[in-house]
Design a protein around this ligand. Structure first.
Ligand code: ASP
Length: 291
């Protein structure tokens, strides 16, 4: 049996001057809840999904309950799950009406021959499989992160949650969930539900991205991190190079990554990235602006 590790993020849309004490306390709590369960043998996929469910349900981040509406006033949510070593993947895009998009993404992995379901089809699937629907959208969603949104018009301000896990069996998984960028167009889908862009997990590397998704799609951010490691780069160098490439195209954000040895990387080029982690040594940490 190996030693587990985990890193999660609450989005790279953090702005200096905003108080993130609640998010910091919550992210630490999520890691503390997962730690003993991982030591008891919880699988990487279960841990990644359950950590993201806690983040979705908190209403503190721009995902799940914290979602903001699109330009048409609709709440369209994206999520994906990818599981190593055999790269099983499932995702939902522009899903409306359900509490935990990441749970629906998991069901896409386990109960369909497909990787992604979108829009009405995703909602139909979620309803048929008994996932919890949101009874009253206006009172359910907290629109977290709107206070962070001091970007000039036209800039893709954003927030997301994600989690990468290495379990005691040596397996990796990554889960990511979002409401996307603020004021997005109806039908807009970002990187979060796209395996390779917003999430990735194979035998060696798991990664989850957050930022202006259009750029993360264009650099295949999470897959590229894994490919750089496969080509011989350290996890830290691989993840940093990917964020530099996002920046070179004009994008902002960050990613979290974890490898099969328990190395952790969390580069960002935005002002901050909310994140917390459990190392293979058993240490728990949390940070937004430094490190
Ligand atoms: N990447 C997400 C998207 O573009 C937003 C975020 O991570 O903050 O939909």
């Amino acid at each position: 049996m190996g030693r587990p590790a985990l890193i999660l993020h609450g989005g790279a849309g953090a702005r200096r001057g905003v108080d993130y004490d609640r998010e910091i306390a919550h992210m630490r709590e999520v890691v503390e809840v997962m730690k003993p369960r991982l030591l008891d043998g919880l699988s990487a996929a279960d841990a990644a999904v359950e950590a993201v469910v806690m983040l979705e349900d908190s209403g503190l981040y721009v995902a799940g309950r914290g979602a903001s509406p699109n330009a048409a006033g609709a709440y369209e949510l994206d999520a994906s799950l990818m599981i190593g070593p055999d790269r099983r993947a499932g995702a939902v895009a522009a899903l409306q009406g359900f509490r935990n998009p990441i749970r629906v993404a998991r069901a896409v992995v386990e109960q369909t021959p497909h990787v992604m379901l979108a829009g009405e089809g995703a909602a139909l699937f979620a309803a048929e499989h008994g996932f919890e629907a949101i009874a009253d959208e206006p009172s359910w969603f907290t629109q977290a992160g709107q206070g962070d949104d001091n970007h000039p018009p036209g800039v893709l301000a954003h927030g997301t949650v994600g989690c990468c896990v290495l379990d005691v069996h040596g397996r990796l998984a990554a889960a990511t969930s979002t409401a996307g960028v603020f004021g997005k167009m109806s039908g807009r889908v970002g990187d979060t539900p796209i395996p390779g862009a917003g999430s990735w997990a194979d035998a060696r590397v798991a990664a989850s991205a957050t930022g202006q998704g259009e750029y993360f799609i264009r650099v295949a951010a999470c897959a590229q991190t894994a490919w750089r490691v496969a080509a011989g780069a350290s996890l830290t160098d691989a993840a940093r190079a990917v964020i530099d490439e996002v920046g070179a195209l004009g994008g902002d954000g960050g990613l979290i990554a974890l490898d099969a040895d328990g190395n952790i990387a969390d580069p960002y080029n935005s002002q901050g990235m909310k994140r917390a982690w459990l190392t293979v040594e058993g240490e728990v940490g949390v940070d937004v602006f430094g490190r």
